[in-house]
Design a protein around this ligand. Sequence first.
Ligand SMILES: Cc1ncc(C[n+]2csc(CCOP(=O)(O)OP(=O)(O)O)c2C)c(N)n1
Length: 336
Amino acid sequence: MEAATELGLDRIDLVGMYRNMLLSRSVEERGRTLFKQGKIPGSFYTGLGNEAAAAAVGTAMGPDDVGAVIHRNTGVHLARGTEPWKILAQFMGREDAPSRGRDGNVHFAEFDLGLITMVSHLPAMLPVATGCALAFRIRQEPRVAIGWFGDGSSARGDAHEAMNFAGTRQLPVVFVCNNNQYAYSTPTRLEYAVDHLAARALAYGFDGVVVDGTDLLAVYREARDAIEKAREGGGPTLIESVTLRLEGHGIHDDASYVPRELFEEYEDRDPIERFHRWLVEHAAFTDDEQRTIESEIKELLSEAVKRAEASPEPAPETLLDGVYAPHDVFETPHFS
Ligand SMILES: Cc1ncc(C[n+]2csc(CCOP(=O)(O)OP(=O)(O)O)c2C)c(N)n1
């Protein structure tokens, strides 16, 4: 428990992050079932294996910080307060979902909770995170922006541009790379020639750290330190959180290109089971508590499915509503 106390986390925080991981996986499992029932259009994507990293960074963010999320970050949405029914409604393309049924099923975020919706073109949101950080600097607000990206996305120009700009201005932004070792079927050795992506930070003029993304407390420590450093004017950090995508890119992909042994290695390091063992050993977490959380999540999700299914699909004649900015008045949404 000492390690957690040093991080400013009490037992309630720890159990909260554990619950976040369980809920995140359960929401996605429910999504998988809905997909099999033909209720989810397109394909279906999860953050299986990335739960600890998402819960940890989402929890380490301050209330006024903002984040540009990607498709492996269900736990970040939950940590910011997105209700599970909205996520399920989003998966199903319903009218009451954050994207109101007008974008891909993992392209969503609740702006009011400080999250920015991703667009498909990865990692186009990193310059957006850097832009938020520039705005915070100009307005002299003690806020930090977080930009997530994947190992594959790191090979694109916009990743470099966002980090280079942030480095030159020492902006309050934290770049979090979910390095899950494959970009679709491309392994990391074909994505970059350095040992670790975090090594690139040196060239941009800021710190880079590699962390085991299956270790919740380790990710929390790095995220909290980087966020607080950025808030205090210490500039950006690149955190490379190493995990393995525990299934295919999406439900349509059998991941046959990933060696079986690699899956086995990472299944043994499942972030949820790993932190469960930690809680039992260090925080006297009981079977009763486990059962209570599980049954509470089960109930929450049956209600969530009902509420999501009750939300209509968007009416065809309204499909373009909200998709394009009005041409006469261009109002830029902004964080108050
Ligand atoms: C610019 C661009 N090229 C291709 C794609 C298609 N695409 C979507 S996700 C993906 C893999 C991205 O890999 P990575 O950044 O490592 O994230 P991961 O999906 O592995 O978490 C690709 C190629 C895209 N969305 N954007």
